[in-house]
Design a protein around this ligand. Structure first.
Ligand SMILES: [Zn+2]
Length: 301
């Protein structure tokens, strides 16, 4: 068997962790194969073709609309595709991404269009929708439950195998860069979804960009570390405010590397995403009553 295909359980057959190319670093991501159901298609075209040769893939669950999780859809056109209703549009019309990433009429619009072309992405019709707590009986042993875990995108879902207590939690990715930089993201929901995953009775988690993490204790540690990154971002943003200071505008936060401590090769994109993410923090602070919105900016409440 190819070395990127790894059995997830010694007791359960037909259940595999499928590692994305380049260790699932963007623009690739991990998948999970459960019976003839594949979760996400971003492992890389080369790997997807190899996987198809070894296993029948008749169904595909998508965790969310991001390009690095759906780019291989075109290679599985004959399969039945599932996603949450809130993520359906940008999967069926990939150009919607331009709006959701808020890059229309910026230099990043061209960059993103080139990426869509480079990944050879195609629009794909969703055949059926999934909802929170749906259960799919894959075979006698494998039962997959849908967990609605929005925030990263509006319709982001995780998938939980009940017998082995293994969860594929998509882009609650437990990396150093929690992400909620699209218009349909919500930090409030993202944090609720992280809490939902933390409360899950789970033995193994697989994320979109990290490999298998085994053991409840280790998983909890990783979740706590992930939450700490969000808290540190909260604090960096709140440190802009002081009693009696002038109102803070969104522009004041720009290019301070609040979210991205260092920009990567995708700098232009990250500058835009960072502003969106800061807005999500401000939205949370408003809801918590920490700040108030005035005509000319935000002030401490
Ligand atoms: Zn994503």
């Amino acid at each position: 068997m190819e070395d990127f295909i790894k059995p997830l359980s010694d007791k359960l057959e037909n259940f595999y962790f499928i590692e994305g190319d380049q260790r699932a670093r963007y623009p690739y991501s991990n998948s999970m194969l459960i019976g003839d159901y594949l979760i996400d298609t971003g492992i890389s075209p080369r790997r997807l073709k190899k996987l198809k040769k070894e296993f029948p893939i008749n169904n595909v669950f998508l965790t969310h609309w991001h390009e690095d999780h759906i780019s291989g859809n075109y290679l599985l056109r004959d399969a039945k595709f599932y996603c949450h209703s809130k993520d359906r549009n940008p999967i069926e019309n990939v150009n919607e991404m331009i709006f959701l990433y808020n890059v229309k009429n910026t230099p990043v619009e061209d960059e993103l269009n080139s990426l869509i072309e480079m990944l050879r992405m195609q629009n794909l019709k969703i055949d059926a929708l999934v909802e929170n707590n749906d259960i799919f009986n894959i075979d006698d042993q494998l039962k997959l439950k849908v967990l609605f875990t929005p925030g990263h995108t509006a319709g982001h879902c995780s998938y939980y195998e009940l017998n082995s207590k293994t969860a594929f939690i998509g882009d609650i990715d437990l990396t150093k860069y929690p992400y909620y930089g699209n218009l349909d993201a919500s930090l409030i929901e993202f944090e609720e979804s992280i809490a939902k995953i933390k409360s899950l009775d789970v033995n193994v988690v697989v994320t979109g960009h990290r490999g298998m993490i085994e053991g409840k204790k280790k998983i909890n540690e990783e979740i706590e570390r992930y939450k700490l990154i969000l808290r540190e971002r909260d604090e960096r943003i709140l440190s802009f405010f002081s009693e009696g200071s002038r109102p803070i505008e969104l522009d004041d936060f720009k290019k301070n590397n609040i979210i991205y401590r260092k920009f990567s090769a995708f700098k232009n994109f990250e500058i835009i995403a960072e502003v969106l993410m800061i807005e999500k923090h401000l939205e949370k602070f408003l809801k918590q009553g920490l700040i108030a919105k005035k005509k000319n900016g935000y002030v401490l409440d």
